[in-house]
Design a protein around this ligand. Structure first.
Ligand SMILES: Cc1cc2nc3c(=O)[nH]c(=O)nc-3n(C[C@H](O)[C@H](O)[C@H](O)COP(=O)(O)O)c2cc1C
Length: 183
């Protein structure tokens, strides 16, 4: 049994779709319990984050970095930071932006450094690109990148990006199962 929390911000619904895909993928691993935590509701979930084996962070890329509300959550985590509450938990991250690049790497690096500040153990994205399904089509290994133009979240992120997000969720859930067992 392992517990995963996905903390995310989504201004217009696109990051939420990615978060839901990560959750769906994680839930394919037996014994995995996944909680979605919008940053606006984090105050009700600090105990859940403390209890998690893995925390996955998701933010849209706004102005080449995490969004303002996500940064507010990062700063609010200084209490668990000072108490080392998330030390040795697994961590991973995802982001989405309008452009194929959009400077998303900077957002993932912010998420990774945030996890390192907390003493967490960062897991990247292991999927190779250049496959017919478009898995990891944006070629990101630090974490998951997705893309959505100015269309509804039901249209983009596309199926390839949703499937890529599922695979990230699966990877973290498999790792969390092993991590929780101490194997
Ligand atoms: C304030 C703001 C800043 C943005 N900055 C970028 C950016 O730096 N690079 C980019 O490619 N897209 C940028 N975008 C587009 C968003 O990343 C994109 O629409 C994303 O899908 C939004 O996710 P959300 O619906 O979860 O908020 C920006 C959008 C907004 C609203």
């Amino acid at each position: 049994m392992s517990q995963i929390s996905i903390v995310f911000h989504s201004g217009y619904g696109h990051t939420k779709v990615v978060a839901e895909s990560v959750k769906a993928g994680a839930e394919t691993i037996p014994g995995t319990k996944v909680l979605l935590v919008p940053v606006e509701e984090v105050d009700a979930h600090w105990a859940d984050l403390e209890a998690a084996d893995a925390i996955i962070f998701g933010s849209p890329t706004y102005m080449g970095n995490v969004s303002g509300p996500f940064k507010t959550f990062m700063d609010a985590s200084s209490k668990p930071w000072s108490e080392r509450k998330w030390k040795d938990k697994l961590a991973a991250g995802f982001t989405i932006s309008g452009s194929p690049s959009g400077d998303k790497l900077n957002t993932l690096q912010s998420l990774m450094i945030f996890a390192m500040q907390h003493g967490m153990v960062w897991i990247g994205n292991a999927e190779l690109p250049y496959n017919e399904e478009g898995i990891n089509r944006l070629g990101s290994y630090t974490g998951l990148m997705a893309q959505a133009g100015q269309v509804a979240p039901e249209v983009e992120p596309n199926l390839a990006d949703r499937r890529s997000a599922e695979l990230l969720g699966q990877r973290i859930a498999s790792a969390a199962t092993r991590w929780a067992k101490g194997a």
